[in-house]
Write a protein that binds this ligand. Sequence first.
Ligand code: ADE
Length: 225
Amino acid sequence: MRIDIITCLPRLLDSPFSDSILKRAQQKGLVTVQVHDLREYATNKHRSIDDYAFGGGAGMVMQIEPIDNCIMALKASRTYDEIIYMSPDGNLFSQAIANELSLKKNIILLCGHYKGVDERVREHLITREISIGDYVLSGGELAAAVISDAVIRLLPGVLSDESSALTDSFQDGLVAPPVYTRPAEYKGWKVPDVLLSGHELKIESWKHEKSLERTKLKRPGLINE
Ligand code: ADE
């Protein structure tokens, strides 16, 4: 899979991809993440990528031309399955959308800033809009990192078997059960006996029961939906 991220603040995306699972996934060749500095696609002398809003109003608006130039340059090399604009008013991101995106070959994530992008970008250049929650971030970069992380960990070979994404919360419509590690007792706080019993069937049914219990408590909407 290949993820191209278009941003006017490329450095914001340095660290999420240079550590741990996302770093290893790239080293193993399972994903290519390429960050593109929008300013390099600006044609004016000052390489500015934003301007005042027509009709007035506070805040600058990202111009269509550098965005179009960048997308056209990328499209010249490959076909994209999705061109996604990160926006607080987009479709709410979910595990289901992460699963869906993990099956794509090439995607572009476009990060907005300031007051957002010229509406014609949304009308003509992108295929969908995704929000990571009902709150406004300073820009789409952190949202793009969140989406990339959720998608990349699903790619075959990225996680080892024991940390398989299939046992993640939400994958089976339930949140994950509690987990424990050594010591079996700490300050009198004990690990549930069943987990130490070695009885696989009992352990599996305990985990399922706890998942259900937790889902009802923490995410009742998942059960009623
Ligand atoms: N850009 C600003 N806020 C955002 C959000 N909540 N989700 C996605 N992109 C954003």
